[in-house]
Write a protein that binds this ligand. Structure first.
Ligand code: PLP
Length: 391
């Protein structure tokens, strides 16, 4: 007769009913009944989890749901959006390869390409993804991959996705699309020629600024194992708790996105009609520099991001931010509530003022990630704060 011990786990209480909510499974490790079963698991004859860095149920449940949205299969959850970008590079490129990126990628993606990949002997260069001839001219004999975002941060330029899909096909290179801004609600990347889709799940998909996660999905099943292995080897896999939180957020993603997008459209139009605002950027507005392409590519799905420039400089920008403390001034996007960022002091602070000016980002340039608040209230808050800042 063995004695009980509180350090031994007791059996999970039996229930003929099943939980409606997805259970959270934080276990790092899984026990097998015997050697034969463990063998069967490692050899793929039986399905089972072994060690959480190699995979766990909460990551798999979340991956399945994002696969559903993207129309992909076999997607993988990573510990952050940057882990998703990193795993694609580390899993699929080798020394001597070249990767071509868009020149307005997310700041860290740009840094990965220009500073970190070269240390590993991987060449990287950047070109303007709205200009297909510039992208074509940047292709090299050793180019293996093109990485682009559909709508750029923070100037909301729209990449020539048709041209890029064609270019990638012609040269037999992988087209990797970071679909964080546009989301599968706005842009079906696989239908538009993407070979690999990446997300910062942290942003709109999870939607509540309480989980940092990434997602990657390859169309070609042969590319999936190298991604899985790179993630497990470099330790880029996610926490069960974050996956569980993100899944909870994802249930309302489509509702949140549609509401936030409608708000963004209304806010863009209202800002364009506000004294103290020099210009407004919203992809589907007729005055957007890529309007025709935006409409062809996105239809009326302009997304939840709006950028605008105040007529004044840094002083006016400070007055504006101080005048709307109820809107979080925070360098993120995709939260359920509206957030405001100022690229000159956050995402693009490493650039010189001249380089920022060239990209059209003065000190008075703001990016708004529009949330699901009441639209009239939101517009009134912006108008009042800009009015105050405009003196
Ligand atoms: C935020 C973001 C990332 C990085 O995601 P993290 O989850 O913060 O690591 C990558 N690409 C885009 C477009 C992003 O907005």
């Amino acid at each position: 007769m063995t004695k009980d011990s509180i350090v031994r786990r007791v059996a999970w209480p039996k229930s003929v009913s099943t939980p409606v909510a997805t259970p959270l499974q934080p276990s790092v490790v899984y026990a097998s009944p015997d050697l034969d079963t463990l063998d069967a698991q490692y050899e793929g004859a039986a399905k089972g989890y072994a060690y959480a860095r190699e995979g766990h149920p909460n990551a798999d449940v979340l991956a399945q749901k994002i696969d559903m949205l993207e129309g992909g299969e076999g997607g993988l959850i990573l510990g952050s959006g940057m882990a998703a970008v990193g795993v694609v590079m580390l899993g699929l490129l080798s020394a001597g390869d070249h990767v071509l990126g868009g020149n307005q990628l997310y700041g860290r993606s740009m840094r990965l390409m220009t500073q970190d990949l070269p240390r590993l002997g991987i060449d990287a260069s950047l070109a303007d993804p709205t200009d297909i001839s510039a992208m074509r001219a940047a292709i090299r004999p050793n180019t293996k991959m093109i990485l682009v975002e559909v709508v750029s941060n923070p100037t909301l330029r729209v990449a020539d996705m048709d041209g890029l899909a064609q270019l990638a096909k012609e040269h037999g290179v992988l087209l990797v699309v970071d679909n964080t801004f546009t989301t599968p609600r706005g842009f079906k990347a696989f239908d538009q020629g993407a070979d690999i889709v990446i997300h910062s799940v942290t942003k709109l998909l999870a939607g509540h600024s309480d989980a940092t996660l990434g997602y990657v999905c390859a169309k070609d099943p042969e590319l999936r194992q190298p991604l899985i292995d790179a993630a497990a080897t470099w330790g880029m896999t996610p926490s069960p708790f974050d996956c569980w939180m993100a899944e909870r957020g994802l249930y309302s993603f489509e509702l949140r996105y549609d509401r936030a997008e409608a708000n963004a459209k209304a806010l863009a139009d209202a800002l364009a009609d506000t004294a103290g605002v020099k210009r407004v950027l919203y992809p589907t507005r007729p005055d957007h520099p890529d309007h025709n392409r935006a409409v062809a590519l996105l239809g009326d799905r302009g997304g939840n991001m709006v950028s605008f420039e105040l007529t004044g400089g840094r002083d006016m920008a400070n007055r504006f931010v101080r005048a709307c403390p109820q809107i979080a001034f925070a360098p993120t996007l995709g939260d359920i509530g509206t957030t405001l960022s100022n690229p000159a002091t956050s995402s693009h602070r490493a650039l010189t003022p001249e380089a920022r000016a060239e990209l059209g980002m003065s000190d008075g340039f703001f990016r708004v990630s529009v949330g699901v608040e009441d639209s009239d209230q939101l517009i009134a808050e912006f108008k009042e704060a800009i009015g105050t800042a405009n003196g």
